[in-house]
Design a protein around this ligand. Sequence first.
Ligand code: ZN
Length: 482
Amino acid sequence: MTKYVALICRLSPRPDGSYEGVEAQEKWGREYAAKMWPGVPIEVFPDKGISASKDDHRPQFERFREWVAAGRIAHVWAVEQTRVERREVQWFLLAAELDAAGITELHTNRDGIVRVRDAVAGIKAVLAADEVRKLRKRVNDRLAELAAEGRPAPGIGYAHRRAVDKEGNKILVLDKERAKIVQETAERVLAGWGLISIAKDLDKRGIRGKRGGVISPRSVRWMVTTPAAAGHRVHQGRIVRRNCYPAALDESTWQAVCARLSQPRRIKRRDGRRDLEITEKFFGRSSGRKYLLTGGIAICAVCRAPLAGTTKKISQGRVPYLVCNPHQGGRGCVAIKLDPVDKHVLKKLWTELDKPEFLSQLNIDGHAARRDEIGAELTAVEGRRRTLAKEWAVGGVTDAEWQEARQEITEHEQKLRNELAAIPSSMVSVDIATARQAWPDMTLEEQREFLGLFIDHVTIAKGVRGRKSVDTSRIDIEWKHR
Ligand SMILES: [Zn+2]
């Protein structure tokens, strides 16, 4: 097989800001090859205008690697090593590929002959990557600086409008109408509304998104979970400065909403199999559920699997049933007519809600206090994370220590968020009275959420043979607050 001299040419910025053309590089390469390897055919791999420092796709460079792997390359030339690969890890990988193909040297005009396996090559790659990092850092620093000043960057919250202050600085101000919508939406999320219902309702009222479009369930989520809603400035996914904008939501409400919308609902199974998880579906996307107690509220008393809704043909025609279904992890242990169960559970719930002692058990004030406490703790966690990052940046802690501490912080944060999500909404106290009246008009999703505030689960025991009508003693309600 004919082996080639590979000329790797890449348009690349010079330190003075001008560019070194691919054509010029090719000319130098051909001159070099003519002297060094006379008579060996030349193949040029020219990537125009592509940087080797980002993860850009370089089609010609990929072709070069294929040729290397296929054993078609005898020698490699580039004007300098960084034209081949600027990133250190990728350079080491490429060096390994070249070495495996029997190519031990990279010929360059500026770095001489680089022995690909030499530490020198590695170190040069590290240095080149370091330069890129420094440049990036300068750019990022500038962005972070703007961010820390609380100046708006592209992408602001729903409740904010851009404006200019007296000194001519760009600032964000609260749009009163929209802030009200954000507040209402947060309250609804905490009161158990689903994202779909909220989006539908906003649409019905003619409320439009930032750019005038219909508000989707996804934008409803964004509207109330973006840190900007609580007045915080975000940069690269992290809060860089707190309370620098006027807030549409107070801190604990915002935290509670975030926790609420980030929580998958877990259902423990007694037989030790993996927990069932009901994720976003439960909170927003159409769940396709037709029954109040399915989706994990009603479970089988025998095997603890969530019961599924179905219809069964009996003498009176097709009627809805709750069944322990093998498709949902059950074993077919129980089946019960659904309507009488719904009625019974609701009757029990309204009866309980009428009792003052039940309401006092909800411990609404205690919940509010704990929610504020967790909000403060979450704020502290974030501060700790930032301090740690700073420490690491100046070499105060090692990489390993940093990783470990970050892990700990993340776990602690997750625990707090879980606890926060488990605290019943403060809306409960005001909504109970209206919920009962509004019940027939509530969507199934909302009814399920409301039920979920009080009822942990409902177990259905095996029926006794021969009993015709539904035996309510088979239904056991596990309340949340006892
Ligand atoms: Zn079962």
